[in-house]
Each structure stands twice: as structure tokens, then as C-alpha cells.
Design a protein around this ligand. Structure first.
Ligand code: SIN
Length: 279
């Protein structure tokens, strides 16, 4: 097995490994440490026979949790979902490319996942990259005055927030009722490494708790711009068929890119690993 950096922002590429064969403890430990150190691992050239085999491999990194969005679950495997070029909104039935705004998964629940894993079954001939932001690097690069302004602040994350018309996949009415607003710290300490990073994103962060709305919005917009407009914190993953990619949802944002034709087929298996309450 060889592990080498994908770039100098985040991510490492693993080659020479067949995840269909069972892994020894030493290899599992090396992979997990590389995941923590690099925030993203791409294990190339995998070939899972089915979703069950994909989930079995995910268990090397943690406990797959039930996908909150029931409409994209795989039948018989509630811990697995698919991301496809054929996805349809559960309410209006329209084709939707999910996750095109930068986000970290399921921050709208009290205990969000620690990691997300995608496995590329089919990728478009061109486009469909996933863009990532290292939120620890983004935090580190903030001016000291802003770091001290946001120290100790919390923000409310809410699926039903007003996004000015920008669309996220609908939840059913029952799921909306079961997804009330939750509050998380703006600066998140990584529970396994102790590193700190920003934990906010325009998709689900609604407002800064206890702050006057206009002031909250201005500060959030400034932080979003800092994170998303500076490519120094970003890594762009160009998918290859067979990529098994795990990333750390505690310390990164990601966004899908809707730039491929309707005739192109994109299919990825997806799971998320149980996390701990952010602090
Ligand atoms: C996701 O947001 O989990 C999907 C990312 C992608 O489809 O590139």
C-alpha cells in the first residue's frame, strides 16, 4: 500500500489496496491515521460487488449511520444511499443535482456524522468533480481580530432556513417536523485530533445565536466568503471510476459540481459515519 498527498491543502491518495480483501489491524490503523492527518482519503481502483460490501468496508472507519434523507436510501440498507444523475426531488419530482452549495453533511441535527464516504460506480466523461474546503486551514488564516470576535459563539443550523430561493432537496413534512433547528459552536474542536476549524456553511447555518439579525448575517457572509473564495483552502476531486473517498465532516466542507450533460451517468454509493456532538 502507498499513501501520498493529493495536494498541499488536504487529502491523500491510497494505491495498492484491495478493499474486498479483509485488512489487518496495522493497515486499518495506518488508513485511519492518514484519514485524520489529511481530512480526506481517496482509495483508488476499488470494485465492490454490491452496496453491502461497500458498507462492510466503511466499517473500518466507523459506524455507518442511517441516512437522514429517507428518499435517497438504498432499499434494505438504511445506512447507505446513492447519489445519482437521475436523482429526483421527493416533493416536486424534478431532477436535482444535490449538494451544489458548500456544506458539511447533516449539521442540521444535534449529533452530525463524523465522516462521509462516496464510492464511484459510474462517473461522467467530464465534470462532476467534488470540491472540498479545509475549514481548519480557513480558520487558521483568519485575522486575529475575527478569531477573537467569533470565539465562543454558537450558530443555529436549520434545514428549513431561508436560502433566497436556492434549492436543497425537500424533506417530507414528517421529516421536517423531526428536524428542528439545532445550535453548534462556530469554532469546532476536532474530538480526535484537538485541531480547531470553522463549523459554518451557507447551506444550513441560519444565524449566530444571540446576535442582531443584520449583524449575524454580515458576519456569516464575511466568513463564508473567506472560506469559499480562497482556493488556498480548496481541493477539487476529479472522480475516477472505483474511487472510494472518505472525508472528515468535522473539519471540511464539500460541494458537488453540476456541470455535466443530462445524458451523462453518474452513480456513487454513499454512507455517513456516526459522530459526536460538536464542541
Ligand atoms: C454530497 O454532497 O455528499 C455529494 C457530493 C457529490 O455528489 O459530488
Amino acid at each position: 500500500m502507498e499513501i501520498k498527498p493529493l495536494n498541499n491543502v488536504m487529502g491523500a491518495e491510497v494505491s495498492g489496496l484491495d478493499l474486498n480483501k479483509s485488512l489487518d489491524q496495522k493497515t486499518i490503523g495506518q488508513l485511519y491515521q492518514a484519514f485524520l492527518d489529511n481530512l480526506l482519503l481517496c482509495i483508488r481502483n476499488q470494485n465492490f460487488p454490491d452496496v453491502g460490501a461497500f458498507l462492510d468496508t466503511a466499517k473500518y472507519f466507523g459506524i455507518p449511520k442511517k441516512q437522514h434523507m429517507e428518499s435517497f436510501r438504498v432499499e434494505g440498507h438504511p445506512e447507505a444511499g446513492t447519489v445519482t444523475s437521475e436523482d429526483r426531488d421527493v416533493n416536486d419530482g424534478k431532477r436535482i443535482i444535490r449538494g451544489t452549495m458548500f456544506h458539511t453533511d447533516e449539521s442540521f441535527i444535534a449529533v452530525p456524522p463524523k465522516a462521509t464516504i462516496l464510492y464511484a460506480v459510474n462517473v461522467p466523461s467530464t465534470g462532476g468533480d467534488t470540491r472540498f474546503i479545509n475549514m481548519q486551514a480557513a480558520y487558521k488564516a483568519l485575522p486575529d481580530t475575527i478569531k477573537s470576535d467569533i470565539q465562543g459563539l454558537t450558530a443555529t443550523h436549520y434545514y428549513g432556513k431561508d436560502r433566497g430561493g436556492r434549492k436543497v432537496p425537500s424533506l417530507t413534512a414528517r421529516q421536517m417536523r423531526a428536524t428542528p433547528p439545532v445550535s453548534h459552536p462556530i469554532i469546532r474542536t476536532h474530538d480526535e485530533t484537538g485541531a480547531v476549524g470553522l463549523y459554518i456553511h451557507e447551506t444550513m447555518t441560519d444565524y449566530i445565536d444571540g446576535m442582531e439579525p443584520a449583524q449575524s448575517e454580515a458576519l456569516l457572509q464575511k466568513l463564508y466568503a473567506h472560506c469559499t473564495e480562497n482556493t488556498a483552502f480548496q481541493y477539487r476531486h476529479k472522480w475516477q471510476k472505483g474511487d472510494f473517498v472518505i472525508w472528515d465532516d468535522r473539519a471540511t466542507l464539500h460541494a458537488a459540481t453540476a456541470d455535466y450533460g443530462e445524458e451523462e451517468k453518474r452513480l456513487l454509493y454513499r454512507t455517513m459515519l456516526a459522530g459526536t456532538p460538536p464542541y
